[in-house]
Design a protein around this ligand. Structure first.
Ligand code: URA
Length: 248
């Protein structure tokens, strides 16, 4: 959730240009949560704050934030001629009107990847999180085809933490990845990998570069937000304000 200047919000809501709306501030007709606001540059959050102008409470469309535990077999696209899309798993209310126009994904997962997927109408949040400058950490649970021996663990750790070179795939060139973090578990074929970018098939290509193969992949967190493990695969729910804040 993010804040905006109140004059910008009023202009957006049809009260005229930012210059036009100054008259409401001069006349002390703008209230935020019951308090008179005279500064047009005052910041507020339409998802949390109640704004009224000349006694009328504004009914501003609130941003939508949904968390899904993506199942395998569905694609992260608006339309696909071949497969069901993650949007087809949403209720009708998220496929009409404002949601239809504005609901989008924050980052995609491959068809065979499960786990944390965020839908939102908050373009600013999405822009912030997917910007390459943000280095937003995404953590994956990975099951590998080949168990990793103790000596290989050291090699994996070195390569991944330095920034590994990944092979070309499909139309994507070979590339250097930013440093990432690998965590080993008590099973030799199961690890957690945290990456801060979102290159095409990045996790799979990273393990291919290590002569291994990903056989199961699940995103478990984005930034500080963890997937709700009580969310059955294929289901979704609205996120709480605290969860949205954890996205950063
Ligand atoms: N890396 C991959 O290889 N696939 C995903 O779905 C996400 C990250």
């Amino acid at each position: 959730m993010s804040t905006d200047r109140i004059d910008k919000i009023l202009a957006h809501e049809g009260f005229g240009t930012r210059k036009d709306v100054r008259k409401y501030f001069r006349a002390s007709q703008v209230l935020v949560n019951g308090k008179v606001i005279t500064d047009p540059g005052f910041h507020c959050d339409i998802d949390k704050d109640e704004i009224s102008v000349d006694g009328e409470i504004l009914n501003i469309q609130k941003n939508i934030y949904l968390m899904m535990n993506k199942p395998q077999g569905v694609v992260c696209a608006n339309k696909d001629g071949l497969h069901d899309t993650v949007f087809s798993l949403l209720d009708e209310q998220y496929r009409v009107g404002f949601a239809l126009e504005n609901l989008h994904l924050i980052g995609r997962l491959d068809i065979d990847t499960e786990g944390l997927l965020i839908f939102t109408t908050d373009g600013k949040l999405t822009h912030r999180l997917i910007s390459p400058k943000t280095n937003c950490p995404k953590k994956y649970f990975v099951r590998l085809e080949h168990p990793v021996s103790e000596s290989e663990k050291k090699e994996y750790d070195d390569c991944v933490s330095k920034g590994i070179h990944i092979p070309a795939e499909d139309n994507e060139d070979e590339a250097d990845c930013l440093p990432a973090k690998i965590e080993f578990t008590d099973k030799d074929d199961e690890v957690f990998l945290t990456i801060v970018e979102g290159k095409y098939h990045q996790v799979k290509r990273m393990f291919r570069a290590l002569d291994n193969k990903v056989i199961y992949l699940k995103r478990v967190s984005i930034n500080e937000l963890k997937l709700d493990e009580n969310l059955a695969t294929g289901s979704y729910r609205k996120m709480t304000e605290e969860e949205v804040a954890l996205l950063g």
